[in-house]
Design a protein around this ligand. Structure first.
Ligand SMILES: [Zn+2]
Length: 340
């Protein structure tokens, strides 16, 4: 059985519906798990199989990952990592898991490390059905008539429903789906399954995650909320650090922040509270436009600034050499000529 489980399998790529300007964003939560400092981590693989096989994690259906298809946007832009756009793709995929009776749940020790005592989804979810798929920032929330099932995806977390993946590759992932990297699964009475696939193990699942710990969702944040999130006292933290702060604005990750600031002509080093009113309005407007456009293109990795995020990279607006620094704990590329 073990040999079978370790055979690499591809999954189908779901085609997402883009509702321009009306992406459904229902209020939800958590401090997104960006897993910064994860560079040295490696996929665990075997421990998971050893731990879960006795529990029947892989039932008589054997393999849940099936078929394959290529995603054309991946060839042009390279792979993404899960930011708000990717989680929105997952949320749309998860709508296919609604109103289906849950038979069982399996969770490994990595995905389950945030589970509170007495609140294990394995004990609580069987017999219930998901009634709604919501998202707040990078937190995916599946409601039931009882508790809320929350999923955080870290750097390489993916979602697979009935053999269909929300995204076929992720930047820090291995570029393939394997049964040994399934960290949690919700199995339905009808034989299907919702699987949490996470090679590098930074993602996690839990019940009733603290949604209010997150700031307003980046898709729906109003200008008033945005202004408040940037802060009003002193200089404030570096602008990019503030955009990445999930307790202030939920959903923006490293690639989106660089793209938004590059298009908004603002330096990532500016104090977040130092922006003029017109700059705040421009940044808010640009953020919304970037989210909508990149969602249509296929993810947070499809920005116009992305191709030049490398040593020797030049601004595609004016040709100036890009600067690189760590801002807000993340590698940041910007143009010192037009971003001020
Ligand atoms: Zn420039």
């Amino acid at each position: 059985m073990r040999a079978v489980l370790q055979v690499a399998v591809d999954v189908q790529m779901k085609r997402f519906v883009v509702a321009l300007g009306t992406v459904v964003v229902q209020d939800v939560v958590g401090t997104g798990n960006d897993a910064s400092g994860a560079a040295g981590a490696k996929a665990a693989g075997d421990d998971f199989v050893v731990e879960l096989s006795p529990l029947g994690f892989f039932n008589s259906h054997g393999r849940y990952l099936t078929e394959s298809a290529t995603n054309p946007t991946m060839e042009r832009y390279g792979p993404p990592m899960p930011e708000i756009l990717e989680i929105e793709y997952y949320r749309q995929l998860a709508e296919g898991a609604l109103d289906r009776s849950i038979k069982s749940v399996a969770i490994d020790r990595y995905a389950g490390r945030s589970i509170a005592p007495g609140m294990n989804p394995k004990d609580v979810l069987p017999g219930l059905s998901f009634t709604a798929a919501r998202r707040r920032g990078k937190l995916l929330l599946l409601d039931t008539e009882g508790p809320v099932f929350g999923m955080r995806f870290g750097m390489t977390g993916g979602l697979v429903l009935d053999g269909v993946a929300g995204i076929d590759k992720l930047e820090y992932g291995p570029g393939t789906y394997e049964d040994k990297w399934i960290r949690a699964g919700v199995y339905f009475e009808d034989g299907g399954a919702l699987l949490f696939h996470d090679p590098r193990r930074f993602g996690r699942v839990s019940l009733n995650p603290d949604e209010e710990a997150l700031g307003p969702d980046a898709f729906s944040i109003t200008l008033k909320e945005f202004r408040a999130a940037l802060g009003a006292r002193g200089e404030g933290p570096a602008l990019k650090a503030r955009l990445l702060d999930q307790t202030k604005i939920a959903g923006i990750g490293n690639l989106l922040a660089d793209e938004i600031l590059w298009r908004a002509r603002l330096s990532p080093l500016r104090g977040s509270a130092s922006l003029t009113e017109s700059e705040i309005k421009r940044l808010h407007r640009v953020q919304h436009a970037v989210l909508i456009q990149l969602f249509e293109r296929g993810g947070s990795h499809t920005g116009d600034h992305m191709d030049e995020r490398h040593p020797g990279g030049r601004c595609s607006k004016d040709g100036h050499a890009l600067h690189r620094a760590t801002v807000g704990g993340r590698t940041t590329w910007w143009c010192p000529k037009h971003q001020v």
